[in-house]
Structure formats: structure tokens, C-alpha cells
Design a protein around this ligand. Structure first.
Ligand SMILES: [Zn+2]
Ligand SMILES: [Zn+2]
Length: 332
């Protein structure tokens, strides 16, 4: 099979991914193999390829938003058959026994493994996944449209929940990339007022078209005190700006796996029971809840498709912010 393989990390401009032939994978016990049609491109992939997040194995095939059809099912797998459409996400496996796994917080399992980081991901013709960590996908949507839901969508949904936003509340979205484009649709479905802070004028215009109450470039200009905020911009200062825009008791959910330093700030910004929380990974129940909700709303995606051979270009576009919606690597 063809796969975009990372052997050594480096700046994306040096094209660290190389498309190579690898042996077709075979499923082990409890695993299944999928033929991948599309794999969403996430900022985390870029950070692994460039080394901001150290790869846990090398060489590795990145990609953790894979959509495809089951081609082989290993022993011990129940509920999946050859030909089924399935999605594979970031969470590749958990121990199933620790206090986090048994307490509804498997996203925090200390021995969790992750797709495209601990094991080969979806920038390839085929991927092998633990069957218990694959998701059935809503029938109505196409493969390309579903791929970006599998990370940006699910983690964006978890971030909304971590932020404590309630129906009708005032939500700030700081950064308006692939994940925020999906979470705004959920927030509007919950009849929230959404305030979007992004430096990009194109993103501000898109936010207003989608139904935001307000969009602008500066957190100082947000016209109300927010009940909750989600930050996706990969910049530490944005976290402080979001905190400063909250009313009493508000929560900032930081949706980032890697962030540059957060500048020092006055305790006054945290006083009155404001909270700063990170969002780490997601649970399988987050995934199922979001995929059901996405089908019900229904969530719309805008996709920029890149053939596998242009995976480096897709990641460069994510870094440059030149993707219109979500970038997707396609295997056709
Ligand atoms: Zn991701
Ligand atoms: Zn565990």
C-alpha cells in the first residue's frame, strides 16, 4: 500500500513526509483493517511532523481522522463486517482498567495510545485499528465531509462541554479554523450567542455568514462579557485574552495539545471563580454523541482535498492558514 511516511521530523517546507510502498497491514486480535478513502488533516499532524510534538515512534504514518471501508476483520472482533463504513480517530486504545478508564474519563488514561502518533495513521491506502475504537458513521454524509468531524469536530464538541456553555449562553470562539467551523454549528444549534475573535478578516466574514452575533480581531472589542470561551489559536497570549473577556464564573477551554508559553497575567482575571481548563483528547462517548448530533443538525463541512502525494502541501496550508475549511488527504 502507499503511505505518507515520516522518518525524520523537520520544517514542513522541507517536505518531511515521503510517499512509500509499505506491506499491507493485517489485523491482529481485536483489530480490523480499513481501506482508507479520506483522512482529515489536523494541526496535531503538523506538530508531529515538525517535531513540536515528539513522535512516539518513527517511522510513523500520521493522520487520525480516517474514513474508509472494512476490508479484513481479526479474531475477537464483534459488530463489524467486511464492507462496513468506519471512522478511526485520535484515540487508538486505552488500558480499560485504570481509574480514568473506569470513571468515564478514558481520554486521560495514562497508557492510552494514539493514531498517527503511537501507531500508523490514515495518510495511507490502508489502516489497521482496534475495532472497539472505530466508529460507525452517519449514512447521509460523504467520506470527505465526515473525515474532519473525527478530530476537529469531536474535540470541538468536548471543548464546548468543558467550557460549560449552556443553551442560550454567550460563547466566545478564539480562533476560527477547522474545529471552530464545526463547533459554531453546534453552539448555534444550542441557540447560543457566538462571538468570534480572529485576526483573519475572511474568517470574521465567514463567522458572520454562519450566524455569529459578532466577529472581530481584538478580544478587547468583544461587546459583552462572555459566559464561556473556547480557544483554538495556537498562541498562548490568546488564552489570556479569552480569560479577560469572561464574566464572573466563566470558563476558558483551551483546545490545544501544544501551546507556546502563556504570558503572566493578573490574578484579577481569574478572580470571581473564573476557570482556565485544558481539553485533552476525547472519549468514545464524546465521539458517539458528537457524530449523532452532527447528523441531526446536520453539521456542514467545507473541504479542501489533497491527493496523498500532496500531504506535505496540505500540512503547509494548515500552517499558513490558507485552508478554507478543513484539509483532507484523499486516497482515490
Ligand atoms: Zn487532531
Ligand atoms: Zn486506562
Amino acid at each position: 500500500m502507499r503511505a505518507a511516511l515520516l522518518t525524520e521530523t523537520g520544517p514542513i517546507g522541507t517536505a518531511p513526509l515521503r510517499v512509500v510502498e509499505l506491506p499491507d497491514p493485517a489485523p491482529g486480535f481485536g483489530e480490523m483493517t480499513m481501506e482508507v478513502t479520506a483522512c482529515g488533516v489536523c494541526r496535531t499532524d503538523l506538530q508531529i511532523v515538525e517535531g513540536d510534538i515528539a513522535p512516539r515512534v518513527l517511522p510513523v504514518v500520521p493522520g487520525h481522522q480516517a474514513v474508509g471501508r472494512v476490508t479484513a476483520v481479526g479474531d475477537g472482533v464483534q459488530g463489524w463486517s467486511i464492507g462496513d463504513r468506519a471512522g478511526a480517530g485520535w484515540l487508538a486504545s486505552t488500558c480499560g482498567a485504570c481509574r480514568f478508564c473506569t470513571g468515564g474519563r478514558e481520554n486521560l488514561c495514562e497508557t492510552a495510545r494514539f493514531t498517527g502518533w503511537d501507531r500508523h495513521g490514515g495518510y495511507a491506502d490502508r489502516i489497521t485499528v482496534a475495532a472497539g475504537f472505530a466508529y460507525p458513521l452517519p449514512v447521509a454524509a460523504g467520506d470527505f465531509d465526515l473525515a474532519p468531524l473525527l478530530c476537529g469536530g469531536i474535540i470541538g464538541y468536548r471543548a464546548l462541554n468543558v467550557s460549560g456553555i449552556e443553551p442560550g449562553g454567550r460563547l466566545g470562539l478564539f480562533g476560527f479554523g477547522a474545529s471552530a467551523l464545526l463547533s459554531i454549528q453546534v453552539a448555534l444549534h444550542w441557540e447560543c450567542e457566538v462571538y468570534v475573535v480572529t485576526r483573519s478578516e475572511a474568517e470574521q466574514a465567514r463567522a458572520m455568514e454562519m450566524g455569529a452575533t459578532w466577529a472581530g480581531s481584538s478580544a478587547d472589542a468583544v461587546p459583552v462579557r462572555l459566559d464561556a470561551a473556547v480557544t483554538t489559536a495556537p498562541v498562548g497570549s490568546v488564552v489570556v485574552a479569552a480569560l479577560a473577556s469572561l464574566g464572573r464564573g466563566g470558563i476558558v477551554a483551551v483546545n490545544a495539545i501544544h501551546l507556546d508559553g502563556i504570558p503572566a497575567f493578573d490574578y484579577d482575571l481569574l478572580w470571581q471563580e473564573r476557570q482556565l481548563r485544558s481539553v485533552a483528547n476525547f472519549t468514545r462517548s464524546d465521539a458517539k454523541a458528537f457524530l449523532d448530533l452532527a447528523a441531526e443538525i446536520p453539521v456542514r463541512t467545507v473541504v479542501d482535498a489533497y491527493p496523498l502525494e500532496e500531504a506535505n502541501g496540505a500540512l503547509a496550508a494548515v500552517r499558513d492558514g490558507s485552508v478554507r475549511g478543513a484539509a483532507v488527504v484523499t486516497m482515490g
